[in-house]
Design a protein around this ligand. Sequence first.
Ligand SMILES: [Zn+2]
Length: 116
Amino acid sequence: MENLTAVCTLSALACPDCGGDLWEMMETRPLRYRCHTGHAYVARSLDKAQADAAEHALWASVRALKEREMLLRRLAHVAQATGDTAQAAIGRRQADRVKAQAEKLGQLMENGIDSA
Ligand SMILES: [Zn+2]
């Protein structure tokens, strides 16, 4: 589609596949969407793609928090080994806080974000 503006209006949404602008086709039911790259959706497939993208991003956040916890514990271990017990204690508290955040987010995901 060369000229989306003739048959579509620019939506406020991003394409779940490429992140580009998503255009809503005029006067179609069910609603249809396209991006400049050529990804096309009906309302239901866009809903599914958005839900999948949100779930993927949230699991990536859980992974990032777990990696942060591992680094904080490693830094605390090194601080303890070099005699900096105060810094080691700070690091362990930070790691515990990050671990709790990851666990809360993981529980939310396992319960299903749609049912929350
Ligand atoms: Zn796209």
